[in-house]
Write a protein of this length. Structure first.
Length: 426
């Protein structure tokens, strides 16, 4: 099949051309022709690119802060669990287990790199009656003088130091109270509010199943084991004297606070240092690798925020495409006149593509600047270290340009297909 012959060009009419200077002049004239619409179009790209860069910047900043705090806490903590079998001499069903020596805190703290160490365990299987008067608090009195569902922990003095406590009132009990099996207690701030204890000047006492314990301190916050804030803590030796050794279901656990870099070595040494005769009764749990922890915690966050940033950028692209298409429809007469004067379809398409690219670039530049300001402001407000990766900020204006080109492709193609005669009849 033969291709149809092209119509010969009239020898007296030269082929029209558009140089780069003319293309730039026409594009700038088209952009400045409607400044309000141009500003709105740039705003769409600004929001899209700005949100994209800001979300990535804030995510990196927050990830750096979370990773820093989380890694320091996780890398300076060793847990030693009592995994030994119950004493076979004990009666079945009443077996108890406590494989830590009496001087476990001091043995663990003598290890190189250890800061504080202590043991703890839950004393009762079912929540005991805890109140500020002898006998269980029930009915209307329970709201001010008693509390239900509280947990009582036996904790050695070293444990209270290892959790990184912040006291709102009073002090922590020490080895003097523990060695003499004194009936003292440290409670969390939430427990104090539920029991109606506001200060310790009158030396208030809490009754655990009727047994009084003088409150010597109120914890405002802890860095580790936050469940202690909702519990009553009594000295370990006092608990063993009053209630016996911990039950197998609630075996004792030791928490060792270490210096940075010493945790894994301490985890290897702790069982032998605590029980040289039966180190297999104790199992030390070292902290996980920091990079693996960071990747596992932040991987899902990165995916989520990248998806959100991509959706925002798509919305900006759709906004540019819609505005450019409306501009093509409004300028149909102008396009027809230019076509009748010799402009070729590719000249029309190039002009609209250039306009879209310029608007996208302007939006990308402004969006990048705004996102940097937002990221720095949030970081300063939270006393964080701002993290702005070059691979997210430097290509942002180029992303705006590509967004503009992509958004203007269909409107430019539609403008190039407008026939001069049909456009002039409108």
């Amino acid at each position: 099949m033969r291709r149809p012959a092209r119509r010969p060009r009239h020898p007296g009419i030269p082929r029209t051309r558009m140089v780069l200077r003319d293309l730039a002049a026409e594009s700038v004239a088209g952009i400045l022709q409607r400044p309000a619409r141009t500003a709105l179009t740039v705003l769409g790209t600004l929001l899209g690119v700005g949100a994209f860069v800001a979300i990535l910047g804030l995510t990196a900043t927050a990830r750096g802060q979370i990773s820093s705090d989380f890694t320091v806490l996780a890398a300076t903590q060793v847990t030693v669990k009592d995994v030994g079998a119950p004493d076979p001499a004990q009666q079945t069903g009443a077996a108890t287990r406590y494989d830590f020596p009496d001087d476990a805190d001091q043995r663990a703290e003598r290890l190189g790199g250890a800061v504080h160490a202590g043991t703890y365990w839950q004393v009762f299987k079912t929540p005991p009656a805890v109140s500020t008067r002898s006998g269980p608090a029930t009915g209307a009195a329970a709201g001010s003088q008693g509390a239900e569902g509280l947990t009582v922990y036996a904790a050695s003095p070293g444990l209270l130091q290892a959790v990184g406590p912040t006291l709102s009132s009073g002090t922590l009990y020490n080895t003097f109270h523990d060695s003499r099996r004194m009936h003292v207690a440290v409670i969390g701030s939430a427990v104090a509010r539920r029991l109606g204890i506001s200060n310790l000047a009158a030396q208030p006492a809490v009754f655990v199943n009727g047994t009084p314990y003088t409150v010597v301190g109120i914890l405002q916050n802890v860095e580790r084991l936050p469940n202690l804030l909702l519990s009553v803590m009594i000295p370990g030796r006092t608990a063993r004297a009053d209630y016996g050794d911990p039950a197998p279901d609630y075996a004792a656990t030791m928490l060792i606070q270490t210096r940075v870099g010493a945790a894994r070595l301490i985890a290897q040494q702790a069982p032998l240092a605590l029980r040289p005769d039966r180190p297999d009764h104790l199992q030390a749990v070292p902290p996980p690798a920091p990079h693996a922890l960071q990747d596992s915690v932040t991987g899902s966050l990165d995916s989520l925020f990248l998806l959100l940033a991509g959706i925002t950028l798509v919305i900006g692209t759709v906004g540019i495409a819609n505005t450019t298409l409306v501009s093509v429809l409004e300028r149909t007469g102008e396009i027809g006149l230019r076509r009748s004067l010799g402009a070729r379809p590719r000249h029309i398409a190039a002009q609209f593509l250039t306009e879209s690219a310029v608007l996208g670039t302007l939006g990308g530049l402004l969006g990048t600047a705004v996102s940097i300001v937002v990221t720095l402001s949030v970081a300063l407000a939270h006393n964080w270290t701002a993290i702005l990766d070059p691979w997210t900020t430097l290509p942002a204006p180029l992303i705006g340009t590509l967004t503009g080109l992509l958004a203007g492709a269909y409107p430019a193609l539609r403008a190039a297909r407008i026939e001069p005669a049909e456009a002039l009849r409108r």
